[in-house]
Design a protein around this ligand. Structure first.
Ligand code: ADP
Length: 257
């Protein structure tokens, strides 16, 4: 009887092993397809500004030497498209390398200070109104640079896709701190919400492109939130506005467990 049992056990083990192996292969294949997609999307995105640069350089070459108006226009376009390309490349590099970056320094910092510094940076760059409300005395165990980068992405979107005041609020809830960035802009149709954090996803290609968007901002935002052991959610309604809500752990025992 024992031999039969052993046989059975072996078969079970083999079946489990082969299942695990199949799952691993599927995962690898999926990752590979994702990488391929990333490279193909990235090349496609970079081609657009490059084509604009090429055509303006050729215009400059043909008619720019004795026509001040043409040369001014061409140089302006070339500078604008190159700086767009630079932003894109920086974002792509960041989106591609985020996963492997496991070693992040956490310290206790004032959330109010981080938000205020980011807001003052935004105010300098754009002439927009921001309001800060909520529990302003909360400290959290987090990474300052990453949190600033995350807020910057959300505030930059709020600024791009709305025209009114933008409200940032900080709330303390048990072990978590909640930071929300609320705008009163065009809002997002609920059917698009599940895709927003995907790389290169844009709702209105044309409009988003015109705003200088790459479709990578929210994908990077999501990676940052995960690296900070937090969560991010969207609440939005067409014609009313959008809120991005971040929950971050407040204390070190939620991160160093
Ligand atoms: P992009 O660089 O195009 O802004 P993101 O990944 O940051 O890329 O955002 C993806 C898309 O989500 C945007 O193209 C835009 O359509 C939509 N979106 C993001 N934030 C907002 C917002 N605050 N209000 C309305 N739409 C938004």
């Amino acid at each position: 009887y024992e031999t039969i049992d052993i046989e059975h056990n072996r078969k079970d083990e083999l079946a489990t092993l082969s299942l695990t192996f199949n799952e691993m292969m599927e995962q690898l294949e999926q990752n590979f397809v994702k990488q391929e997609q990333f490279v193909s999307n990235a090349s496609h995105e970079l081609k657009t500004p490059l084509t604009v640069i090429e055509s303006y350089a050729s215009l400059l070459n043909r008619r720019g030497f004795d026509n001040k108006e043409v040369s001014n226009e061409a140089i302006k376009a070339i500078l604008m498209e190159s700086s767009r390309m630079r932003v894109m490349i920086e974002q792509m590099l960041q989106a591609a390398k985020y996963r492997e970056n496991g070693d992040i320094q956490f310290v206790y910092v004032s959330i109010q200070k981080i938000v205020e510094e980011t807001l003052s940076q935004m105010k300098q760059a754009y002439n927009r109104k921001f309001q800060l409300t909520g529990d302003l005395s909360v400290d959290a165990y987090t990474n300052e640079a990453k949190l600033k980068q995350l807020l910057f992405i959300l505030l930059d979107n709020a600024r791009k896709y709305s025209e009114h005041e933008i409200i940032v609020s900080i709330q303390e809830e048990n072990n978590y701190v909640t930071i929300s960035v609320q705008d009163f802009g065009e809002g997002i149709d609920v059917k698009y919400l599940p895709y927003l954090f995907e790389r290169f996803y844009r709702i209105d290609e044309g409009r988003s492109r015109k705003m200088g968007g790459t479709g990578l901002g929210l994908a990077i935002a999501k990676e940052i939130v995960v690296s900070l052991h937090g969560e991010i959610k969207i609440e939005s309604e067409r014609g009313i506005g959008t809120s991005f809500i971040i929950h971050l752990p407040k204390s070190d025992n939620l991160i160093n467990f």
